[in-house]
Structure formats: C-alpha cells, structure tokens
Write a protein that binds this ligand. Structure first.
Ligand SMILES: Nc1ncnc2c1ncn2[C@@H]1O[C@H](COP(=O)(O)OP(=O)(O)OP(=O)(O)O)[C@@H](O)[C@H]1O
Ligand SMILES: [Mg+2]
Length: 408
C-alpha cells in the first residue's frame, strides 16, 4: 500500500507490500514542504503542496495510484465512550445521537466513525459497551484529497495519525498486564514533528488516549531565527548540531545513554552525515552559502559560535515547553484510570533525532525511553531504496510506515 503523510517540514511517501511474515519496503520519498504550506496538520496551500508531491513521486518513480492518508490536529477528536450495547448497524446510526456530547462543531460538516471495542459487564440490568469515537471536520480531509486529485491519486482510506503510529510500532508494545498489582500497563508513543507533537497512550495494542500539541521543532527554529536574525534553515542546522543540553552528573549520564543505545541503533552516526542529505536541496544550498561565508567572512562564523549558549537555551526552552504539555496529558490520564503504570516512551518524529533528547526525556519523566525504529521487521527493496538515506529519516517516517501497513 502507498501512504502519504503531509507534515510541516516534509511530505513523505512510503510504499509497502505484504510478505509472508511481514512487510517489504518497495520505495519511499521525502520532500521539503514548501514554506508555510502545511501547518498543524492542515494544508494551507494546496497548489504548492501538490506541485512538490508530484515532483517527488516522479523523481522516486512511485506510480501507484491509490493512497492512504492520515489526519491529525486539535480538531480531530478521539474518545473512548460507553454506550448501550448495539449491533454495528445500530451503532452507525446511534453514534449520530451520542456524538454531539463530544464533538464541539457541526456534525453535518464532519466525518464520524465509531468502532466497538468491547462489551462491558452488565450493570443494573443494562448491557453496555465501550466504543472508540473518532470525529473530524470534513475540510481537514478534503484538503488532502484535493492534493491527491491534483497528482492523480485516489484516496483509499483515511486514518488518524495515532492509529498509524500504533501500527508502526507494534513490535515495541508491552503486553496487557495480567495481574492487579501491576496496574494498567500503558505505553506512550511520543511523536515530535515540526509543527505538532502527538502523544498517544496505548494498552496492549489498543488506543486509550491521544492528544495533539501544537508545538514542534519548527518553533525552536523560529525562535533562533528571530533572536539571531539568521535564515530559518541556518537555525535548523544549528539546532541539529547543538542539540539539547544534558543535565549535570556524569555517571548517571553514561548509564542513561547506554540504556538508550541498547534499544536503538547508530543515532550518533547519522548526525555526522546529516548535512549531506541529497534531497533536502534547500538545506544543501544554505550549507554552501555558509561555507562561502566561512571563507570570506570569518567574523560572522565566530559570532555564531559566541551565540552557542543562547541557541542552547532556546532549544531547551522549546523542548521543555513540549515536555510540560506531555506531563499534563500523562497526569490527566492518570486521574481517569486506576493504577496507571507507564511502561515506556516510544519516541519518534523527526525531533527524536535531536541530540540528547532521549536521555533528557528519560531523566525528566523517569520512564524508559526507546528511540523506536519503525523499519524494524521490514525488509527493503535495495534496487530502489538507498539504505543510508532511508536510515536518516526513519524517525520521521513512522506515520507513513504505519499507514502503509494497512491492507485497505
Ligand atoms: N537530525 C535531526 N536533528 C534534530 N532535529 C531534527 C533532525 N531531523 C529532523 N529534525 C527535526 O524534526 C522536525 C521534523 O520532523 P517530522 O518530519 O516528523 O515533522 P513533520 O511531519 O514534517 O511535521 P508535523 O509536525 O507537521 O507533522 C523538524 O523540526 C526538524 O528540525
Ligand atoms: Mg508529521
């Protein structure tokens, strides 16, 4: 299946096929999003996005003409609700009556979906069931469908980002707890992108809670851009180079790093190669300009060095703002359920590659962090796909990979 994921930093396409025991990555493509054309999961400039996507698909020789897409953002409502026991047919109708309690916008202008999760034990003579309600404004989906139409692709299915990520990380999820003592085991998928951060709580392989925070890596770039009066892409590079500051004690630091390295491969290695990324043409250009600058105007370069501390502070501030929102969600969920036992944070999204983010996250939350690889268990078509290139982007490809795992 082909999947397309529209992000504020980049648009990704992933083509997977199902094999006997797993999946095979046939091809993938990634292109920088035209400036200001996608934000918070919404397409602001359909023409510009269509053009960029068409070019990427052509270049990558991706000819499949049907695709899965995903929606996200604060307007997407995902709630576990309790309703009287109904058949699927009854539910399809009944949800129209239930939904207004949870959906703050016009139902006529929205898409609704309800999936029965489980039947509950009979209480006071009435049989009830748990249902997952999903609602989204139609406009959110229509923007993406317009883009697909422009590039002559049929929409095959619309999913939510949280579901795609659960599918992408099925290999990382903890089994449901079998003992009372252990409490409710919850895994956390934390996806930090350019304009949004998605936090998803999962029990077993079941979605329990998801929330979109309208903050991401681009906000840090903007802060650096403004403070130092430098181009956005230069800010992007400085952010990647400097990364998050590690807090104090050395011994503890090492121990944490080891734990993260056990669960994730060669993050450090990627850092060095990052600047040579071939399709990030814009980044390359800036890189060239920067080099020329170093030759000609050494003074500006040393100015950048002097600003290192300032930049580090901005990166820290941006990341901690996100952490605060994450903490609020974790605390909120804990008040809704009894004895929640947070097992691990599965970290993904482009920002998962920010130096030290995993270590600091673990320290801040006291929960094991895994910088997860959505390619785990997926074989790759090496005729079409440059493995090194793919490896660099794996964190950012989680949503697209999870979407492409769908069979229909
Ligand atoms: N090697 C890296 N080091 C640090 N940050 C990185 C690295 N690679 C990508 N990022 C950051 O990750 C973010 C992009 O992540 P991602 O591709 O997941 O976002 P997106 O899907 O385009 O955006 P959205 O938030 O709209 O979903 C950018 O802010 C970028 O700076
Ligand atoms: Mg994204």
């Amino acid at each position: 299946m082909l999947a397309i994921d529209f992000g504020a930093r980049s648009i990704k396409a992933v083509q997977l096929s199902k094999t006997g025991g797993g999946y095979h990555l046939e091809n993938f493509g990634i292109v920088l999003t035209p400036p200001d054309s996608i934000l918070h999961g919404e397409i602001k400039d359909v023409a510009a996005v269509s053009q960029a996507l068409a070019k990427m698909l052509r270049k990558k020789r991706i000819y499949e003409r049907g695709s899965v897409i995903a929606i996200t953002g604060q307007k997407v409502i995902v709630r576990e609700i309790t309703t009287p026991l109904m058949t699927e047919k009854e539910l399809a109708e009944g949800i129209q009556w239930e939904a207004p309690k949870y959906v703050p916008y016009d139902l006529k202008e929205s898409l609704l979906d309800a999936i029965k999760i489980e039947e509950l034990e009979e209480k006071e003579g009435s049989k009830m069931m748990k249902v997952l309600l999903v609602a989204a404004p139609k406009s959110l989906v229509e923007q993406q469908i317009s883009v697909l139409k422009n590039v002559k692709i049929q929409p095959k299915a619309v999913d939510i980002v949280a579901n795609a990520q659960i599918r992408a990380f099925e290999n990382y999820l903890s089994p449901v707890s079998s003992s009372e003592e252990d409490g409710t085991r919850i895994d956390i998928i934390l996806s930090i992108g350019a304009s949004t951060t998605e936090i998803t709580l999962i029990e077993g392989d079941r979605l329990k809670f998801t929330r979109t925070i309208l903050k991401g890596g681009n906000d840090i770039n903007k802060a650096i851009e403004k403070k130092l009066n430098i181009p956005f892409n230069e800010a992007e590079m400085l952010k990647r180079k400097i990364g998050l500051s590690l807090p104090e004690e050395k011994t503890e630091k090492v121990a944490e790093m080891e734990e993260i390295e056990e669960t994730e491969e060669d993050l450090g290695k990627e850092e060095e190669k990052e600047e040579k990324s071939e399709e990030e043409a814009l980044t390359d250009k800036i890189e060239k300009v920067k080099k020329e600058k170093t030759e000609k105007e050494n003074s500006e370069e040393s100015l950048a060095l002097a600003n290192q501390k300032e930049i580090a502070d901005l990166i820290n501030a941006g990341v901690y703002e996100i952490f605060n929102e994450v903490r609020k969600s974790l605390n909120y969920f804990k008040t809704q359920y009894q004895k929640v036992n947070y097992k691990r944070i599965i970290l993904c999204g482009g920002m998962a590659q920010l130096p030290n983010l995993g270590q600091v996250l673990k320290k801040q939350f006291g929960i094991t962090v895994v910088i997860a690889n959505p390619l785990k268990g997926i074989t790759v078509n090496e005729h079409e796909v440059d493995i090194n290139h793919l490896d660099k982007y794996k964190s950012a490809l989680a949503t697209a990979i999870g979407l492409a795992k769908r069979e229909r």
